[in-house]
Write a protein that binds this ligand. Structure first.
Ligand code: GLU
Length: 288
């Protein structure tokens, strides 16, 4: 089977050092395996998106030498595929419409576990649609974190597939597109480790195969928080890629021996010394 990896940014702001680590980690794994590397723009949550961010992200990646093997896939253009998956789930009785507010779910810690809506049908308001999650344990081996297992119903419960505003959830879109793009290994940040059992369960409901998973360490600020737009992480400077690229390589894989002064030579040298098994699974501080 051909190795196919991907980087799937949400266009909620410019790329920062934490997202470079995720992009570079997935790129290194794909190139090391002699496989393909794809980019997917996860632009299905308009309220969270920032105008111009998708273009900015797509212009920044090549400046860091991260060239995809196909044009980017935009999730905003994939609604028909999500509609089809939604209908398949509904036809197979995996979904139910739900009018429950957060307030209704307070007693159960915000988790919906009943497999049916607890609130009266309100014809004036569109419902959210939830996946009915049975009492099963979902397990998978993570390439960096080892065996994972959890009771999906206990921790997550009946999770939302389509919000009341009509937007499809990240979980559904991600599963449909990982299958559509033929992704063989998902390499992404450890912040998404806890989405994986939901995605595996959805793959089973939809009859899709499950890729392998490798969750990379997170870059943290001095306070141990994940570097993100909300912690005011600095955007990357595409006109001066080498320092950030060096730091990202050193973060992912110590020791990092290569001395090079242009992006291409640096990446070639990094790839020569790279092994996915040497990736650290420990999140750590940025040298910022
Ligand atoms: N779009 C998600 C993010 O930017 C990543 C999704 C994924 O890699 O599965 O956090």
């Amino acid at each position: 089977m051909t190795y196919r990896g991907r980087f799937a940014p949400s266009p909620t702001g410019p790329l920062h050092f934490g997202s470079l680590v995720a992009a570079l980690g997935s790129w290194l794994c794909a190139r090391h395996a002699g496989g393909q590397w794809l980019v997917r723009v996860e632009d299905i949550d308009p309220p969270r998106e920032v105008a111009g961010a998708a273009d900015q992200i797509l212009a920044t990646l090549p400046a860091f030498g991260l060239l995809a093997d196909a044009p980017p896939l935009f999730q905003s253009q994939r609604i028909a595929a999500y509609d089809a998956a939604f209908e398949q789930l509904r036809d197979n009785d995996h979904l139910f419409p739900c009018w429950c507010s957060r307030r209704v779910l307070v007693a159960s810690g915000g988790i919906h576990r009943d497999g049916r809506c607890l609130t009266a049908v309100d014809p004036q308001r569109p419902p959210a649609w939830r996946l009915r999650v049975p009492d099963v344990e979902v397990s998978f081996p993570d390439a960096l974190h080892g065996p994972q297992r959890e009771s999906l119903r206990q921790r997550v419960g009946d999770f939302v597939i389509r919000r009341a505003e009509g937007f499809y959830s990240y979980q559904l879109a991600c599963v449909v597109d990982d299958a559509f793009q033929g992704i063989s290994e998902v390499v992404r940040g450890t912040d998404l480790l806890d989405s994986t059992t939901r995605q595996i369960w959805l793959q089973r409901c939809l009859g899709l195969s499950t890729p392998r998973y490798r969750h990379l360490p997170l870059v943290q600020d001095q306070h141990g928080r994940k570097l993100s737009k909300s912690t005011r992480a600095w955007p990357l400077d595409p006109t001066d890629p080498i320092p950030a690229l060096r730091r990202a390589l050193a973060f992912l894989q110590r020791p990092f021996p290569a001395r090079a002064h242009d992006v291409e030579t640096l990446l070639v040298a990094a790839l020569e010394g790279f092994s996915p098994t040497l990736l650290s699974h420990c999140s750590g501080h940025s040298v910022d």
